[in-house]
Design a protein around this ligand. Structure first.
Ligand code: ATP
Length: 358
């Protein structure tokens, strides 16, 4: 049982409406989510991530395809018979009940005794560090505390899978950042499979074991956060995750695992490649600003600098019309520094640029 996937989507398609109003929210999505994994569905608004979550929960039926939970098809099961719980962006707490009663609600419905219910409520509230607020009502709590009650309520049912639909997006930035590590710790402590939906790439990169990047109802890339960031498979993924310079280039030849490329503007790099670009072919190079190294020299010119606190951002020009953004960490006062108008040389470490075909 334990070596089975927690969730398997097999050719999952969901079409809403018909005729000119028809929308294909999911287009033959196939993916596997492992047991005890923190798995994130990441993508822009409308890419289909909530639809996928709702299909797993049973709130929607697929148009075609299958969903397996622990190796068994669940498409014919209603939501309450699936070993799944959902936490929504709106906490959906009962305002007239105390925190403890909110967490107890589902347990009493399931027929647990008063004693069992009380000890589970205590355990769950301690898990989310809210034991001391059990007697309060939701309106007397901060947004972050309310979301923790919603989490405790969902976890109290001991689901095998917890689905989280943008649970942090109603919180302010500081709280959101704090809740990231709490959620991750909670997932590790409980061993429950978390499926987390977000459009926030930083949230996805910091919390996830693996990420599926989606657009237009399809999975564009599935991998661990470093793969998604360092080796994007196409331009959409490179663009959606982090900041990137896109530069057109020609493939000059092969060099071991790398492609020797010369960009418009004359920058030569040894790039890793997505797919199999051929010698002579035009590719798009994706170069992260922090990978670009600057030194006193020639070949490029600083056109603008922006101080960002932790980093300094340099706008550079190569040749007639190639603009690049480079970012240098501000480590020590007195580090080498460049001024607008100054000629500089730029280089990119081998393998740090990514050659993309689309
Ligand atoms: P967001 O981040 O904005 O919630 P999302 O990635 O979760 O976006 P979905 O909510 O899954 O996207 O929607 C995917 C597509 O399906 C969108 O074009 C949306 O308008 C459409 N859609 C979703 N639910 C319905 C529905 N009940 N009826 C018709 N179209 C729908």
């Amino acid at each position: 049982m334990s070596d089975e996937n927690a969730i398997e989507a097999m050719g999952l398609t969901k079409v809403f409406g018909s005729g000119p109003d028809q929308v294909t929210a999911l287009d033959r999505v196939s993916l596997q989510i492992r047991q005890n994994e923190f798995f994130t569905l990441l993508g822009p608004s409308g890419c289909g991530k909530t639809t996928l979550l709702r299909l797993v929960a049973g709130f929607e039926m697929p148009t075609s395809g299958d969903i397996l939970l622990n190796g068994r098809s669940v498409v014919d099961l209603p939501p309450n018979q699936r070993p799944v719980n959902t936490v929504f962006q709106s906490y959906a707490l009962f305002p007239h009940m105390t925190v403890a009663d909110n967490v107890a609600f589902g347990l009493e419905m399931r027929g647990l005794s008063k004693g069992e219910t009380a000890s589970t409520v205590e355990e769950m509230l301690n898990l989310v560090q809210l034991g001391h607020l059990a007697a309060r009502r939701p309106t007397q709590l901060s947004g972050g505390q309310q979301q923790r009650v919603a989490l405790a309520r969902a976890l109290a049912n001991h689901p095998q899978v917890l689905l989280l639909d943008e649970p942090l997006s109603a919180l302010d930035l500081k709280l959101r950042q704090g809740m990231r590590s709490e959620l991750k710790a909670l997932q590790q402590r409980t061993g429950i499979t978390f499926v987390f939906v977000t459009h926030d790439q930083e949230e996805a990169l910091t919390m996830s074991d693996r990420i599926a990047v989606m657009s237009h109802g399809e999975v564009q890339q599935l991998g661990v956060p470093t793969d998604i960031y360092e080796t994007p498979m196409n331009r959409f993924v490179a663009d959606f995750i982090g900041d990137t310079n896109f530069v057109m280039a020609e493939v000059l030849g092969r060099d071991g695992d790398h492609l020797r490329c010369r960009s418009d503007g004359g920058l030569e790099v040894l790039a890793s490649a997505a797919g199999d670009p051929k010698v002579g072919e035009r590719v798009t190079l994706a170069i992260r600003p922090e990978k670009i190294r600057l030194a006193a020299g020639s070949g490029a010119e600083v056109t603008e600098i922006t101080y960002l606190g932790t980093d300094t951002s340099y706008q550079l020009r190569l040749g007639q019309d190639l603009a690049l953004d480079a970012r240098v960490q501000n480590r020590m006062q007195g580090d080498e520094h460049f001024e607008p108008g100054q000629p500089v040389s730029i280089s990119v470490p081998d393998g740090a640029a990514r050659a993309l075909l689309d």
